[in-house]
Design a protein around this ligand. Sequence first.
Ligand SMILES: NC(=O)c1ccc[n+]([C@@H]2O[C@H](COP(=O)([O-])OP(=O)(O)OC[C@H]3O[C@@H](n4cnc5c(N)ncnc54)[C@H](OP(=O)(O)O)[C@@H]3O)[C@@H](O)[C@H]2O)c1
Length: 256
Amino acid sequence: MNKPGVVVITGAGGGLGAALANIYAAQGVTLGLVGRDEVKLRRVADDCRAKGANTEILLADVTTPEIEEVLRAFDAAHPIDLLIANAGVTSGISPLDGLEPWDTARRAAETNFMGALRTIGPVAGLMAARGHGQIAGIGSLAGLVPLPFSPAYSASKAGLETYVLALRHLLAPKGVRLSVVILGYVETDMSRRLSGPKPFLITPAEAAMKIRSGLARNKARITHPVVFAVGIRCLNILPEWLVRLILPAFAFTISR
Ligand SMILES: NC(=O)c1ccc[n+]([C@@H]2O[C@H](COP(=O)([O-])OP(=O)(O)OC[C@H]3O[C@@H](n4cnc5c(N)ncnc54)[C@H](OP(=O)(O)O)[C@@H]3O)[C@@H](O)[C@H]2O)c1
């Protein structure tokens, strides 16, 4: 598989997005770094330029229609080989009342699901017209089972996984490859806001390496850690009373 020459990453200003930008940065690569915070994006762009990459900062909020225009304009100048829909926000229950605040729930759905669709949909069409391209959506283990301590996040990632895998079937004959990345805990600002056990925690650089390797093999699902994912999937076939006994062992609350 050829190495991608033009790579676009949303949520590239920090965490996993910045690690992905760094791992793809190389001589001859053009990176489109999407996010809302110019200062953070500039820092990542400087690191990537030091590795020889051309970089372009694309200021956009994935929850607005503007993202579609920004991506179309960038693609017209630099046809995108690889798009990574990484931007995301967390959501979860508050330690104060044990409920999921509505504003964070709505934001998670708008960013992780609709924001990812706004990112992927238009670019998938452009790639299909060209007959090639690759897209990754960053999902989560939280999307594999309905999580009571993170309902909207869990639902948004389940929806994203279904969308990406459905498009994978639809667009394979047109030469567009899609993958969903199903990650456990990664040590970023997002996971630092969660209080609770974080089994199998990995660094953003480790996660980025696993993603690059899975994409190079065009895997439908790029999963880490596999053993945790298998355990979580099994919850879907257990009786409800047993699931209610097991799930609290993994519960977390979120600081706002
Ligand atoms: N950390 C984990 O344990 C974990 C586990 C599984 C999956 N994931 C997924 O991995 C992805 C990256 O998360 P992370 O851990 O790297 O979290 P992070 O450090 O909080 O980074 C999230 C990135 O998304 C950007 N973003 C958020 N809302 C946006 C919007 N509306 N428009 C544009 N950019 C936006 C943020 O940019 P701003 O600076 O503009 O806010 C930030 O750069 C997410 O999809 C997350 O759900 C994370």
